[in-house]
Design a protein around this ligand. Structure first.
Ligand code: GLU
Ligand code: ZN
Length: 483
């Protein structure tokens, strides 16, 4: 039997990092077993539908390096893969359930249901009271003819243990008395998630469903529906959800980005983000921490997923890992990524049109400090643009302005005579100069650094001077002396 997994996003908002983690597990499992990975759009909740979300989700999934074998834009044997294009299918199957006595029409008005909920609140329950289950055949016919607004509800059996064997959480049993007569088809003709997910997973021949464990309480409804239809359910594996370090619930914007798009726009590399997300629920049982997607596919197994409720999303660790990936990326590749990133997210990029040789020399100097692509500009700006210097800052490492000017004049003089402009040469003559004049290294080199870069924390100043070139250095010394 071919392994077939799926990811079934709802276009109700942004695609979150937790979604990509779940997608990656489904993707890896399909790839590892030479199976198929399917993308299905679950857009049946018209109230929460966000225009543009379908496109955004697909864009994000592609940016993260995943492709699907069947789904929107790709097609496949079991399409359409967008639920709003399958309404007739759900209707047909819901009517089949009615015919078999596993579902019924409900004509209750919103007011009636509201009153019911109010009354039930006092007793701490919340379940449909099956008012419409008692309707006579001719009453139902009459209502249907008159087109009275209606939904279709599933008829959940009484006092029945519903069990399934989760591949991660083992056997789970929930008594049917805890399950409401779930609406299957809403008044607008759209199916609910529960109806659509069962019909589609069956028709699309999905063999394994990995999803967040917040869906565990819904699974008995799905199991019952499979039973009503006489279908074999897929294997379920419910995954831990993500939470903030120190938090008890899900990820929160208060702590930083949550959506994948935001993380990418901040300058996280997809490879680093994927690597980090792989470990949120799974680990290889070794101390290998750096994983490509290929390696993950090779080593992934459902058995090694933690049967826990929540796993911590350690933002510091993610940042560290991103820095590591940036450090380990060759300059040419990193420059390509920076260009693609700045174009995609519409950010300015210093040195965009500069010579590659210069850019690569700059990257060599700043790469170790760069944890995010977005930090590039603030680390690299002075290599490509003259800094803005203020007098106060410029002379803050010398006793007074006069001494500072003397130092800068001195550097200007010795540098203007240098023919062979290179880092070791500048290093040597600069040191010779300050010892001859008895300047302290700190006062001299900090003043020089500020004049050259406008910053106090930079890489080695002579490396910077080497890249800037003699002309620029002399020009900047001149401007600094003019402020
Ligand atoms: N559309 C559901 C969601 O957005 C899919 C849940 C499932 O995988 O069954 O989470
Ligand atoms: Zn009713």
């Amino acid at each position: 039997m071919e392994v077939r997994t799926r990811m079934a996003p709802s276009p109700t908002g942004e695609y979150h990092v937790g979604h990509i983690r779940t997608l990656m597990y489904n993707y890896a499992f399909a790839r590892k077993n030479n199976g198929k990975f399917i993308l299905r759009i679950e857009d049946t909740d018209r109230e929460r539908y966000v225009p543009g979300a379908v496109e955004r989700i697909q864009d994000v999934i592609k940016m993260m390096g995943f492709e699907w074998d069947e789904g929107p834009g790709v097609g496949g044997e079991y399409g359409p893969y967008v639920q709003s294009e399958r309404l007739d299918i759900y209707k047909k199957y819901a009517e089949e359930l009615i015919a078999k006595g596993y579902a019924y029409y409900c004509f209750c008005t919103e007011e009636r249901l509201e009153k019911l909920r109010e009354k039930q609140k006092e007793h701490g329950v919340s379940k449909y009271d099956r008012h419409c289950l008692k309707l006579k055949k001719d009453e139902i016919e009459k209502n249907l003819k008159a087109n009275v607004p209606r939904v279709i509800r599933m008829k959940v059996p009484d006092h029945e243990d519903v069990s399934f064997d989760d591949l991660i959480l083992r056997r789970i049993t929930i008594n049917s008395d805890a399950v409401d007569d779930q609406v299957l088809i809403k008044a607008d003709g759209y199916p609910t998630y529960h109806m659509a997910v069962v019909v589609d997973d069956h028709l699309m021949k999905i063999t394994h469903v990995m999803r967040g464990n917040d869906w565990v309480p819904s699974t008995p409804k799905h199991i019952l529906l499979y039973k009503f239809f006489g279908w074999e359910p897929p294997k379920y594996a419910h995954l831990p959800n993500l939470k903030e370090v120190g938090g008890t619930k899900k990820l929160s914007k208060r702590f930083g980005s949550v959506s994948v798009y935001e993380f990418l726009s901040e300058g996280y590399l997809p490879e680093a983000l994927n690597n980090f997300l792989m470990f949120l629920g799974w680990n290889p049982g070794t101390d290998k921490e750096i994983y490509t997607l290929e390696e993950f596919i090779r080593d992934f197994s459902i058995e090694r997923i933690q049967p826990t409720d929540l796993v911590a999303f350690d933002r510091q660790k993610l940042l560290w890992m991103n820095g590591l990936y940036i450090r380990n990326t060759a300059n040419a590749d990193l420059w390509k990524k920076l260009n693609a990133w700045s174009e995609k997210f519409d950010f300015y990029l210093h040195g965009k049109n500069a010579e590659k040789e210069k850019v690569f020399a700059v990257l060599d100097l700043i790469k170790d400090r760069m944890k995010l692509l977005s930090e590039y500009n603030s680390l690299a700006h002075y290599f490509f643009e003259d800094p803005e210097i203020e007098k106060d800052g410029l002379y803050s490492y010398v006793s007074d302005e006069e001494r500072g000017r003397e130092i800068l004049e001195g550097f200007k003089n010795i540098y203007s005579g240098v023919k062979d402009w290179s880092t070791p040469v500048i290093d040597k003559i600069s040191h010779d100069f300050i010892s001859k004049r008895n300047y302290k290294p700190k006062e001299a080199f900090m003043t020089l650094r500020i004049a050259m870069t406008g910053e106090t924390a930079t890489p080695q100043i002579f490396d910077i001077l080497g890249i800037l070139g003699r002309e620029t250095v002399l020009k900047r010394l001149g401007s600094a002396l003019n402020v």
